[in-house]
Design a protein around this ligand. Structure first.
Ligand SMILES: Nc1ncnc2c1ncn2[C@@H]1O[C@H](COP(=O)(O)OP(=O)(O)O)[C@@H](O)[C@H]1O
Ligand SMILES: [Mg+2]
Length: 241
């Protein structure tokens, strides 16, 4: 069922510390789509990702990855997903290649030197930087290494948690171009963010999450973008309510 959808949340309810933090959330992300899950701090964005990854159970409702119920097919569902956590933990004393080699090995994923160079090419990490320890990297460069690692997992689905927070505008634009290119090449992307402008720049569809409720959805017009003003107004109106 719903084979064209790569990610589905159906009436998802999740509790944390005895409190309901997702209160019946439903949305679906189609193959090759970039879905922006937008919301303020504490809205439940990271919780949604954690549930897709099977880190948190649904109190009721369900999450489906590649047509598989995560509760029933946890291993297969997780294998289909590459996840970029909010704070990617890479090793400061290792260079980009060493980090990738180490984390790939840890994940039990095969990646030879050519694969690693290709992934670093794809994220446009400068060739000179690749042999330098991460200690001297900017936040944007670290983010490139983290996304290269996600790409080397070679999955069809990417979950990104606030991937542009702390990046400068140039790095954000570059990151958006990269993600857009991946989606155009057939990856399915669920990106959570509190950045209205960034979500509108990148996403094909935006879901507005407020206190565990999906209160609005916006769809980009064919060949165009979602209107920033409209989303901003909805975001602040809902936040004020
Ligand atoms: N580890 C945790 N234990 C208990 N409650 C948590 C935990 N993490 C988050 N929460 C609560 O769940 C709600 C949603 O959090 P989260 O999904 O992290 O929001 P967002 O990512 O949108 O900022 C918040 O009220 C937060 O306080
Ligand atoms: Mg979060």
């Amino acid at each position: 069922m719903g084979a064209e959808f790569k990610l589905q949340a159906e009436q998802l309810r999740v509790q944390r510390a005895g409190r309901e933090v997702l209160a019946g959330v439903s949305f679906a992300v189609a193959h090759g789509e970039v879905y922006g899950l937008l919301g303020g701090n504490g809205a439940g964005k990271s919780t949604t990702l954690a549930t897709f990854l099977g880190f948190l159970p649904a109190a009721s409702g369900r999450v489906i990855v590649n047509g598989l119920d995560v509760r029933a097919d946890l291993v297969a569902a997780r294998r289909a997903i590459a996840y970029l956590p909010e704070a990617a933990s890479l090793y400061e004393h290792l260079d980009a290649r060493e980090n990738l080699r180490y984390f790939l090995q840890l994940a039990g994923v095969h990646g030879d030197e050519a694969d690693i160079e290709a992934a670093l090419d794809r994220v446009s990490l400068g060739a000179d930087a690749r042999g330098l320890r991460l200690r001297g990297y900017s936040k944007g460069m670290r983010q490139k290494v983290a996304i290269a690692l996600a790409l080397l997992r070679n999955t069809g689905i990417l979950l990104l948690d606030e991937p542009t927070s702390g990046l400068d505008p140039t790095a954000i634009d570059e990151f958006h171009d990269l993600v857009r290119g991946l989606a155009d090449a057939g990856k399915t992307v669920l990106m959570v963010t509190h950045d209205v402008y960034g979500a509108c720049q990148l996403a094909d569809r935006i879901g507005l999450l407020r206190s565990g409720h999906l209160v609005d959805q916006f769809q980009a017009p064919a060949g165009g973008r979602i209107d920033t003003e409209t989303v901003h107004r909805a975001f602040s109106a809902k936040a004020a309510a």
